[in-house]
Write a new protein. Structure first.
Length: 115
């Protein structure tokens, strides 16, 4: 991305999110084409027992022993103790401004993709 310095932080984050999604799709297809397993899971699910168990089940991972279960319980408890402690900063942009910023990023991504 040649002119990335002209973008604001929001646009850089948006571009990075698009990049992550594109890589996820490409790598997921690559893994599946070689007989591997892929589990589509939301990041929020990973902080819950149900999500962790689904990940283990879908990827056919070894079942956790007592030590692993204890560690997971501790990690989940620590996560729940810190939730809500961080403050979310309100956007300084209106929804119309955000849409325009995103459109600028998408236009550049499409321009580069057509080269």
């Amino acid at each position: 991305m040649k002119d990335w310095k002209k973008w604001c932080d929001y646009q850089l984050c948006y571009w990075y999110a698009l990049e992550v999604e594109a890589r996820k799709a490409t790598l997921g297809s690559w893994v599946k084409s070689r007989g591997g397993k892929v589990c589509r899971i939301d990041i929020n699910e990973l902080g819950k027992w149900k999500g962790i168990l689904r990940l283990i089940w879908e990827l056919d991972l070894p079942k956790p022993g007592l030590k692993e279960i204890y560690t997971l319980m501790w990690l989940l408890r620590e996560k729940s103790n810190t939730q809500g402690s961080e403050q979310i900063q309100q956007s300084k942009f209106t929804s119309i401004e955000l849409q325009k910023l995103e459109e600028e990023v998408l236009a550049e991504v499409n321009r580069l993709g057509n080269k």
